[in-house]
Design a protein around this ligand. Structure first.
Ligand code: ADP
Length: 270
């Protein structure tokens, strides 16, 4: 029973121990509650596309003589929901895995290379946007300790959002800047920005600001994954600026130090 607490004693060593013990219990309770909420949210998110799939399957069974156009629409709808379901499952697995895994050994990651690759991917993802890359100082590899694949994934999440939440024909910029003690990466877009009331929640799992976009393939897990990767690098990830003319997400990687990454336990795979 996590609700049972030890009654505080006199302000001696035992009393101090009691305080510490109660604090630990409190933390455990909060972690447990957040885990429960996560499972509830995940189930809810998984149920939504399943409901659509089942409904459409029923339609197809009930109306075998549905005309071709209608049928195509129902199938397209199922296709979309299946895709959404698999993205959701992939993101959930990734999040669970990254949360459990000890970070892989650090290597030197050139943010110059990673940003270049991520910008190219983003350009392919959305030819309608003009994706630009700025590196400063220009010739520098801008190397930080980390895990290349994770860093690339983090940048891709930010770029994917920048493209998703801004109209075609606008510019999406990646700006990598060497600073004393850190390398700073800005991902800028010219979209409509994030409302002040949404801002405190966007890094939470499953939070999506605009309900109208919920059907647009987003899982609401992107920024939670990005934040997890940042923390595994001792990096800070936050919204540096947002308004009606666009948003800047900033991630600052420490050149050294940061949160020291734990060594990988013996026999740990992946
Ligand atoms: P999603 O799968 O919905 O994109 P994310 O966790 O990546 O989930 O983002 C959470 C929410 O934050 C989004 O639904 C969107 O409302 C908001 N958001 C993220 N990036 C941007 C951006 N560049 N411009 C405007 N809103 C954004």
């Amino acid at each position: 029973d996590l609700t049972r607490r030890v009654r505080p004693g006199p302000p001696d060593e035992l009393g101090q121990l009691t305080v510490t013990f109660n604090e630990m219990l409190g933390r455990l309770q909060r972690a447990w509650a957040s885990q429960q909420r996560f499972v509830e949210d995940a189930s809810h998110e998984l149920r939504a596309p399943m409901t659509v799939l089942r409904g459409n399957l029923d339609l197809l069974r009930q109306y075998p003589r549905m005309d071709a156009a209608e049928r195509a629409e129902v199938v397209a709808d199922m296709d979309r929901e299946t895709w959404r379901l698999s993205r959701l499952i992939e993101d959930l697995l990734l999040l669970a895995q990254r949360e459990q895994d000890a970070p892989p050994p650090r290597e030197g990651v050139s943010l110059r290379e990673v940003a270049q690759a991520a910008a190219q991917d983003a350009q392919k993802l959305s030819p309608a946007h003009d994706v630009t890359l700025h590196l400063q100082p220009a010739g520098d590899p801008l190397t930080v300790p980390g895990h290349r694949d994770e860093v690339q994934q983090l940048l891709l999440i930010l770029l994917d959002n920048a493209v998703k939440y801004s109209p075609g024909g606008t510019r999406v910029g990646v700006r990598v800047q060497g600073q004393p003690g850190s390398v700073q990466v800005d991902v800028e877009d010219q979209g409509g920005g994030i409302a002040a009331e949404d801002l405190p929640h966007i890094f939470h799992r499953f939070y999506r600001a605009d309900p109208a976009r919920q059907r647009q393939g987003g899982t609401g897990l992107g920024l939670a994954i990005a934040q997890l990767i940042a923390s595994r690098h001792g990096a800070a990830l936050f919204v540096a600026r947002t308004g009606p003319s666009g948003t800047v997400f900033r991630v600052t990687f420490p050149l050294s130090g940061g949160t020291p990454l734990e060594p990988r336990p013996e026999g740990h795979a992946g």
